[in-house]
Design a protein around this ligand. Structure first.
Ligand SMILES: Cc1cc2nc3c(=O)[nH]c(=O)nc-3n(C[C@H](O)[C@H](O)[C@H](O)COP(=O)(O)OP(=O)(O)OC[C@H]3O[C@@H](n4cnc5c(N)ncnc54)[C@H](O)[C@@H]3O)c2cc1C
Length: 375
């Protein structure tokens, strides 16, 4: 039986980032994935690094989001240097495209929310928006420029993070996922894998939307899959520089000229099929933002499963089981939050203190609710 300082269940971007961070701190780390690592949500994502809260209800995520944005460039630099691979990082910002007078009415509220959060947000009239993005529809009323927003090629970056972790000595295993937590008395001693057991001082559950399927983990990580359908478009002569957002969808440019268009949010269990309705809504949204995309080639379609929690917030930190840590439930923000998630887990493992308050994301919060309800 192998023994590690830390055993990580799940080799998506969250598990890979945690493993890399811990290995850089000198710890012996094993990552165990049920299939080929890095092929689930972290592969399917749009790759946006967008700290803007989608609504006032999501502002509790902001300190973590801002902390992650602050350390992202250095995290990417380390991953690229160690792996010898590129992340496709773009720092061109995001543009909220306003298509109706109704949307224009919400501008003061949106601006106030952004400014209260310390985020940059600049209102542009239609003319200024065209100067920035000439391919936009003539229908626009205005736009909000968010300079804090960036993006990367999440497929390349997840692969590079796994490779960087490997080169720092992390042992990464495919097709040998966790069946159950290995529990003994009040402690978690490691993982029960498909074929054997691994012992670890610390065990981290980072298996994305599959985390609740690991026996013993569901009480701490009651995550469900939230399906997102996506498309990659390519159109000669059509280039966009910013991430473009409308009320209905987004378009994200890649360095190779593809434009990623997404995404639906559907609760259909673990189903990953593309549907006619999903594709229709994405394509209609894309063409209404950038009409020239009518002639785009659809290069690829895919669907991925976001790990969603009951309150749509991440599940992060220690549990009532000695040695057991959870790092999942990142829902629509797992790419954004990967560096800070890794940093906080490393801080906890090495010092039992964290530099950003993670109490809103505590893994015990769902159990407390359940106990209150049954009391
Ligand atoms: C369509 C779409 C668009 C998105 N866009 C964005 C975006 O623009 N910006 C952003 O920040 N976020 C975005 N997200 C969310 C983001 O992709 C996720 O939050 C993030 O990738 C979650 O990473 P993860 O490592 O937790 O999970 P995953 O990437 O799903 O990885 C989980 C891993 O665990 C493995 N596993 C499964 N079962 C077991 C087991 N029993 N034992 C061990 N391993 C197991 C899986 O094989 C997989 O490799 C998007 C997601 C989707 C689907």
């Amino acid at each position: 039986m192998k023994t590690y300082d830390v055993a990580v269940a799940g080799g998506g971007l969250i598990g890979a980032s945690i493993a890399l961070e811990l290995a850089c701190a000198g710890l012996r780390v094993g990552v165990f994935d049920a299939q080929q690592p890095g092929r689930e949500a972290s592969w399917a994502s749009a790759g946006m690094i967008s700290p803007s809260p989608e609504s006032a209800a999501m502002t509790s995520l902001l300190p973590m989001s801002l902390a992650s944005v602050a350390i992202y460039p250095e995290f990417i630099r380390r991953v690229e240097e160690l792996s010898g691979q590129t992340a496709g990082y773009r720092q061109d910002g995001g543009l909220d495209v306003l298509l109706t007078e109704e949307e224009m009415k919400d501008v003061p509220e949106t601006l106030a929310l952004h400014r209260a959060c310390g985020l940059q947000a600049e209102v542009l009239d239609a003319e200024k928006a065209y100067e920035l993005e000439p391919a936009l529809t003539a229908e626009i009323r205005g736009a909000i420029l968010r300079r804090d927003e960036a993006s990367l090629d999440n497929r390349a970056f997840t692969g590079a993070t796994l490779e960087a972790a490997r080169r720092k000595g992390v042992e990464i295993y495919s097709n040998n996922g966790a069946k159950a937590l290995w529990l003994e008395g009040p402690a978690c001693k490691g993982l029960q894998l498909e074929n054997d057991r691994v012992e670890a001082r610390w065990t981290v559950i980072a298996a994305g939307c599959f985390s609740a399927r690991i026996e013993g983990a569901a009480a701490y990580a009651p995550v469900v899959p939230a399906k997102g359908q996506m498309m990659a478009l390519r159109c000669d002569g059509v280039r966009i520089a910013h991430d473009l957002w409308s009320n209905h969808m987004y378009l994200v440019p890649r360095n190779d000229g593809r434009i990623i268009a997404g995404a639906t949010i559907e609760y259909e269990g673990f189903d990953r099929s593309m549907t006619a309705a999903g594709m229709k809504s994405i394509l209609e949204g894309a063409i209404s933002l950038v009409p020239a995309l009518e002639k785009a080639r659809v290069e690829e379609t895919w669907a991925g499963l976001r790990p969603d929690s009951p309150d749509h917030l991440p599940i992060l930190g220690p549990t009532d089981r000695e040695g057991l840590l959870i790092a999942t439930g990142h829902f629509r923000s797992g790419i954004l939050l990967a560096p800070i998630t890794a940093e906080l887990i490393r801080e906890w493992v090495t010092t039992q203190k964290v530099s950003v308050d993670w109490t809103p994301f505590h893994p015990m919060r769902f159990q407390e609710k359940r106990q209150t309800r049954t009391a």
